[in-house]
Write a protein that binds this ligand. Structure first.
Ligand SMILES: [Zn+2]
Length: 511
């Protein structure tokens, strides 16, 4: 790496590279569409404010990652020397239902306007997710974003993008890009290093120190790979092979995408992507090798999911409970994957069951939130919890005390104390990945037996010293893994079909 830094910044006028982000992960079955307000509430920065946030002193993604892709990119530009990093616009909303047409147009126009104002650019770097979905749009929204950017900057400006490793990569996306890179960690902690890698490659490419050629494969796989965590078998082998490949100076970037399976895209599937420095045969060979490795790893089924009653029974006898709460991961209502978070099923089971478990449970119910937010603290109320409107959840009668209210970047919520259960009734989809979600409501997660999470992995970064047992719980909601397997597809896909070879699927999916 040090050798590469030295090579950058030689001679010539400074490079000018624009940078920005449009980032969203969609869930086709959520009844809650994603709008401009969702981006504005979570993360929307432009121009000088973006530059400030993407500096090492700034905070790029408040409460989640002080330094993410764009900070990494700016650091790469600084390390290279003689590069002017030009802030465009950056927008991110938490995963949710498909993005509305109006919102998508607003996102693109914001980026396009900044590009037009930016003056001449040599390159553009974008941090994208890869699993967006827009109402009524039947192609990958990221392909549309890249095309619209291309229309503004013209054919000579080089485009590089980074993606979440749950992106669904399509031919139109690959075509527009000089190069692409994906996160290397699941859960994702390497946002800033990913932006750095993207920036470093783009700058070397603009200085003609490298000439990227690409190869990729798409696998007929929707689910598999065990936990899909990068540091655990079977995926560990694939990720370590990718790192080994990149130690060869001819290899610029290797990426693996284990797709987010909850969009309505007709061309879903895992993929691998390799970029080498001018060596097309090597890129093809490595792409085949990675495809084969990923295909093998995808044979391992995803972890067994428990029914709610089985999870409660496990929590009752769990030895880990002495050290901290057992986590129930509500896999069918994963806000981290775009579900609305308004499932009432775990609350119902805990209220009706006989046990002495103390639990923290977030539930999206905007109507109940509106009714409770005006009630004085300490008041005992009898209410019916219905969850997200339009989500067809069983209503649950609750008698409890309005114990706390909070409003922050984690959203607006009221804590209802129901015996040993603390139900956070929220106005927006709850994403309590950080313990502060509960601390702001006056309770400490450590004091409870069970904590319900609405995302699969990311919370583990913040709960690493708090919760030591994680049980995937099956309910019935917008991110049902059973639903993914059962849905009809245009070609045979793993794990529904017992395929032996990926090549026919690859040919179909890459068109
Ligand atoms: Zn992801």
């Amino acid at each position: 790496m040090r050798r590469l830094f030295k090579a950058l910044g030689r001679g010539g006028r400074p490079l000018r590279i624009g940078y920005g982000r449009i980032f969203h992960e969609a869930c086709a079955d959520s009844p809650v569409l994603t709008t401009e307000a969702d981006f504005r509430r979570m993360h929307h920065l432009e121009g000088a404010k973006l530059a400030e946030a993407a500096s090492l002193r700034g905070t790029e993604l408040k409460s989640f990652f002080p330094h993410a892709e764009l900070t990494g990119f700016v650091a790469a530009a600084r390390a290279a020397g003689k590069v002017e990093a030009v802030p465009l616009a950056s927008s991110l909303a938490i995963p949710g239902g498909p993005v509305t047409r109006e919102c998508f147009e607003w996102l693109i126009l914001g980026l396009v306007r900044r590009l037009e104002e930016a003056g001449p650019l040599d390159g553009v770097y974008l941090a994208l997710h890869g699993s967006m979905q827009v109402v009524g749009l039947d192609e990958a929204p990221e392909a549309v974003i890249l095309r619209r950017v291309r229309e503004v900057v013209g054919p000579l400006v080089k485009l590089v993008a980074s993606f979440d490793l749950h992106g669904n990569i399509t031919p139109a996306i690959v075509r527009e890009l000089e190069l692409l890179v994906a996160y290397r960690s699941n859960p994702h902690w390497d946002l800033a290093p990913t932006g750095f890698r993207a920036g470093n490659r783009l700058i070397r490419c603009l200085r003609e120190q490298v000439r990227p050629v690409k190869a990729w494969r798409k696998l007929p796989v929707l689910l598999g790979g065990g936990t899909t965590l990068h540091m655990i078998a079977p995926m560990r082998r694939v990720f370590s092979r990718m790192r080994a490949m990149e130690r060869d100076p001819r290899v610029l970037a290797t990426s693996l995408f284990m797709v987010h399976p909850f969009t309505a895209s007709t061309e879903l599937g895992w993929s691998v992507h390799v970029a080498t420095d001018g060596d097309s045969a090597l890129a093809e060979k490595l792409a085949d090798e990675l495809a084969e490795l990923a295909w093998e790893a995808s044979r391992t089924p995803i972890p067994e999911l428990l029914g709610i009653d089985a999870a409660i029974a496990r929590a009752k006898v769990s030895p880990w409970r002495k050290l901290g709460p057992v986590t129930f991961v509500d896999t069918d209502d994963t806000v981290g994957a775009g579900a609305p978070g308004g499932s009432t099923q775990i609350v119902r089971a805990l209220v009706e069951g006989s046990h002495s478990l103390r639990a923290l449970i977030p539930v999206h119910d905007p109507e109940l939130y509106a009714a409770l937010v005006t009630v004085p603290l300490g008041t005992t109320v009898e209410v019916v919890l219905r969850g997200t409107p339009g989500y067809a959840q069983p209503p649950v009668k609750l008698c409890g005390v309005v114990a706390a209210k909070a409003e922050s970047e984690f959203g607006k919520r009221v804590r209802l104390e129901v015996g040993g259960l603390e139900v956070a009734i929220s106005a927006e989809a709850p994403l309590p990945i950080h313990p502060r979600y509960w601390r702001e409501l006056g309770v400490s997660p450590r004091d409870y037996d069970v904590i319900v999470q609405k995302n699969l992995f990311h919370y583990r970064i913040f709960y690493a010293a708090i919760s030591f047992e994680h049980l995937p719980v099956m309910t019935r909601g917008a991110t049902s893994l059973r639903g993914v397997v059962e849905r009809a597809r245009s070609i045979p896909m793993r794990p529904r079909e017992p395929l032996e070879d990926w090549r026919a699927g690859d040919r179909h999916l890459r068109g």
